[in-house]
Design a protein around this ligand. Structure first.
Ligand SMILES: [Zn+2]
Ligand SMILES: [Zn+2]
Length: 394
């Protein structure tokens, strides 16, 4: 495999960084130690360091040696861990009780650091690279916060790229798809207020439990009967809270759930349709509804041209036969989507190991571990992406 040989030379060093980060996991916006390490290494290699965006974000800026063509590329990694009690027993397991790198962000940070070290040493490109290390990918949308804090005003990149390891996919495989690749992620809350009564005399009240139950059932028709069957979406009610005892019909019932889809127009439609269904059913039962709908992560949409670029770079590293450009989209969400809303770019999936073998354990599992064997591939991808898209003239 035509990996970057110089990067392969410091593979052991990368493994040591990765395991050190793995042993000291930090969660959303508290990635203090991790960002200190990142900032320290970037500075040591002569890369200009900017800190403070989204509290613990770090951006490294490096110019090539070539005649500047004014182009700026953004490469992004995520720093954060999860609230999971690690069950692995190797010596670099989590030292921070209840926290764990179970999504491989320790590896993502390491691979981008590896590329930064190499590119700082060689600077065999023109233009400028921004190494973006973002906090809080899990749940808290750190990418969105960095953007709100002025990421793209301070670092006006022309395009931005991201990657995630993919357990269950063999080492040396890379996947991607142009267009929508991961779903948007929203949450909703429906509060149904009826009129409580003695359970033996239901006719004296307006039962919110019955109304809310019918809402749960009717919401199933959004995906099955209201949106074009060719679209993908999920409306899931995941919480139903009502009542405190056996013989009282409560005053209120609360439903909560999540909605996932790929297209803004479907998102708008479903947001309104949940309200329409809830209001109509409440009306029929002489109850009232309060509705809260919160948009969290947008859908992750890769731009055509940058996906082609990513595919050609991936092919340089692992061979064309190991690059899949029609990887199926899925309903999971990823906050790199915020960056792709603002800038063209591409997010790829890098095989972490086939199922049943090393690196094959699914993420967010207490036995997951990033596979250090893929670090050189990921770092080489980053390095070639810079050198190929912004070549030195002459
Ligand atoms: Zn995750
Ligand atoms: Zn992740």
């Amino acid at each position: 495999m035509p990996i970057v040989n110089r990067i392969a030379e410091f593979h052991d060093e990368m493994t040591a960084w990765r395991r050190d980060i793995h042993a000291h996991p930090e969660t959303a916006f508290e990635e203090k130690r991790t960002s200190d390490i990142v900032a320290g290494k970037l500075a040591e290699w002569g890369i200009e360091v900017h800190r403070g965006l989204a509290t613990t974000g770090v951006v490294g800026v490096l110019d090539g040696r070539g005649e500047g063509n004014g182009r700026i590329i953004g490469l992004r990694a995520d720093l954060d861990a999860l609230h999971i009690h690690e069950l692995n027993e190797f010596d670099y397991r989590s030292r921070n009780e209840g926290k764990m790198h179970a999504c491989g962000h320790d590896g993502h940070t390491t691979m981008l650091l590896g590329a930064a070290k190499y590119l700082a040493e060689t600077r065999n490109f023109s233009g400028r690279v921004c190494f973006i290390f973002q906090p809080a990918e899990e749940n808290e949308g750190g990418a969105g916060v960095m953007i709100e804090d002025g990421l793209f005003e301070k670092f006006p990149v022309d395009s931005v790229y991201g990657l995630h390891n993919m357990p269950g996919s063999a080492v040396g495989k890379i996947g991607m798809r142009a267009g929508p690749a991961m779903a948007s992620f929203d949450i909703f809350e429906i509060t149904v207020t009826g009129k409580g009564s003695h359970a033996a005399m239901p006719h004296q009240g307006h039962d919110p439990v019955v109304a809310a139950s019918q809402i749960v059932t009717a919401l199933q028709t959004i995906a099955s009967r209201r949106v074009d069957p060719m679209e993908s979406l999920v409306v899931s009610v995941t919480q139903f809270h009502a009542g405190d005892t056996w013989n009282v019909i409560p005053n209120q019932a609360v439903l909560r759930g999540t909605m996932r889809c790929f297209k803004p127009e479907v998102r708008d439609y479903v947001e309104a349709e949940i309200k329409h269904i809830g209001d109509s059913i409440c009306g029929a039962h002489r109850a009232t509804m309060e509705y809260r709908y919160e948009r969290r992560y947008p859908a992750l949409v890769n731009s055509e041209r940058e996906t082609e670029v990513a595919a050609s770079i991936a092919a340089q590293i692992v061979g064309e036969e190991n690059v899949r450009t029609d990887e199926p989209a899925f309903m999971g969400s990823e906050d790199f989507a915020y960056m792709l809303e603002k800038k063209p770019g591409c997010y790829i999936w890098l095989g972490n190991g086939a199922e049943g073998g090393p690196g094959g354990c699914s993420y967010h599992n207490p036995l997951y571990d990033f596979n250090d064997d893929i670090s050189v591939l990921g770092a080489s991808y980053w390095a070639k992406l810079v050198e190929t898209t912004m070549p030195r003239a002459g």
